[in-house]
Structure formats: structure tokens, C-alpha cells
Design a protein around this ligand. Structure first.
Ligand code: FES
Length: 261
């Protein structure tokens, strides 16, 4: 078993709704802010009566202040408890955990694909890519305009193409439907979103997908978060893998899309 960090307490610096029942919580935790890489997550305890911790991707870090941010949507009791946290209160968490997105040597043009809350780790990755001088395009998809991450809060110099299912902003389609427009430009692809976002990509069967490095982060339910419960197991071309320990970042081509879950 890989090294598992000890539980620690982080102090809430701010906690507010950013858009459409999606909250951003900044936490004072220098060890996590200093270590976390794009794609990694923390296991957050949401209170005494919510026994299991919730896996949440690291969304932003500020290494100077020793703070990092989580982005979460109100989807149940645990996240509602998180949204109630006030400045100065403390949160028990484990992390940073899991592996991270990696740039391959020589990749200059980076294509990012975010579906829904998948923007949480993707924004962090975009920031890192821009800081290292890469050109970055973000394709962001959501059901409607209200559910898109606000453009004004994205890093400067990030080019963005939004899609919405109802056409209220950007192109009216699924985010995967515009991928082919950018494949020739991209040296490397990264994605995060719900599992059903990835299936249409497999069906596109574009030969360019086969020659471009493509890393994805999987959003799955987790129990322990550190390899003990097997609750996050998925099938891959190399056998069963645990998302919490072997991921959450995988090579897109490693996943057997008809056999996940
Ligand atoms: S969440 Fe327990 S093994 Fe992955």
C-alpha cells in the first residue's frame, strides 16, 4: 500500500457559493498547498454523522499563503454540511492523495476538456500549464449557462470554447462533439468529467486519438480513499485497478469503456 498521509486539520479561510449551487472553499493547510499537484484529491470529513469522507479534487493552490481551494456541488448531506462551514472553523482531511496529470516532454499545445464539476482539477492544471509557457485551450461543457464555471475566474491567456446542452451559451452540443475541431492542434489532451462524458469519445474512433497522449481523471464513489476497501475498483486493459490508489488519473486508452463500474 502506498503511503497514506495522516489526518490533519485545515482552517476555513472563506467558503462561498460561486455559481449554481457550486461552492468554493479556501482552506489554510500549508503542507497540502505546498505538495498538491493537478489531479490529486483530498478526503474530507463532512461532520460527525457523515461517517465516510468525501473525495474532492484540489481546485487551486496558493503556495505563498499556504492555502488551497476545493470546488464542490451541493449534491447531498455531506456537501451541504461543507457549505455551512464558516471562516475560522476547522475541517479534518487526508491528502493530497492519488496520482496527478503529467505533461509529456515536448508537449506545447494542451487541450483540456471539462464536463460539469470536472472543471475542479482542470482549472488547476490549466494554471500550471500556462505557468510553464504552454498554449492552452479549454473545452467546457455543462447543461446550461448557469452551470458553466465563470469565464472571468479562469486564468488569463486561457482560450475557452463553451458548450451547453440547451444552447444558452456557446455551442449547443455535448462538449465531446467539438473535440475533433481541436485534435489536429493539440499535442496532449487532458480531461475530467462524469463517466458518460468519455463514452462518446470512444465511439468517435478518430485515428488522431490513438497518437495523442490523453490522460483522464475518473470521478467515482470512494469509501476509504487509500486502497483498503476496493470500493472504487474499475476494469482496465491491465486488470482491476483502484481509482483512489492507481488513479484518479489514467491513460484514456487503458480503460475498457464497456466494462467500467
Ligand atoms: S476508495 Fe477504498 S479502495 Fe479506493
Amino acid at each position: 500500500m502506498k503511503y497514506v498521509s495522516s489526518p490533519q486539520f485545515a482552517t476555513v479561510v472563506s467558503n462561498e457559493e460561486l455559481y449554481a449551487e457550486t461552492w468554493i472553499c479556501w482552506l489554510d493547510a500549508p503542507s497540502i498547498a505546498g505538495q498538491a499537484q493537478p489531479g490529486q484529491f483530498v478526503m474530507v470529513s463532512c461532520g460527525d454523522d457523515t461517517i465516510l469522507r468525501r473525495p474532492l479534487a484540489v481546485h487551486q493552490v496558493n503556495t505563498e499563503s499556504g492555502c488551497f481551494a476545493l470546488l464542490f456541488k451541493l449534491v447531498g448531506k455531506g456537501t451541504r454540511r461543507l457549505a455551512e462551514l464558516k471562516t475560522g472553523q476547522s475541517v479534518n482531511l487526508l491528502g493530497p492523495m492519488g496520482n496527478s496529470y503529467k505533461f509529456v516532454p515536448g508537449s506545447k499545445n494542451i487541450l483540456l476538456i471539462a464536463g460539469g464539476l470536472g472543471i475542479a482539477p482542470i482549472r488547476f492544471l490549466a494554471q500550471r500549464a500556462l505557468e510553464t509557457g504552454k498554449s492552452v485551450i479549454l473545452l467546457q461543457g455543462a447543461p446550461d449557462a448557469d452551470c458553466l464555471y465563470p469565464s472571468a475566474l479562469l486564468p488569463r491567456n486561457l482560450k475557452c470554447h463553451n458548450t451547453t446542452e440547451d444552447g444558452s451559451e456557446g455551442s449547443q452540443c455535448l462538449v465531446t462533439a467539438i473535440l475533433h475541431e481541436y485534435l489536429g492542434w493539440a499535442d496532449q489532451l487532458f480531461a475530467c468529467g462524469p463517466e458518460n462524458m468519455y463514452h462518446p469519445i470512444a465511439l468517435q474512433n478518430n485515428r488522431l486519438f490513438r497518437v495523442k497522449p490523453f490522460s483522464i481523471s475518473l470521478e467515482v464513489r470512494m469509501g476509504c480513499g487509500f486502497g483498503a476497501c476496493y470500493g472504487c475498483s474499475i476494469k482496465t486493459r491491465h486488470g482491476m485497478r483502484k481509482v483512489c490508489q492507481d488513479g484518479p488519473v489514467f491513460d484514456y486508452y487503458e480503460i475498457t469503456w464497456d466494462k467500467t463500474g
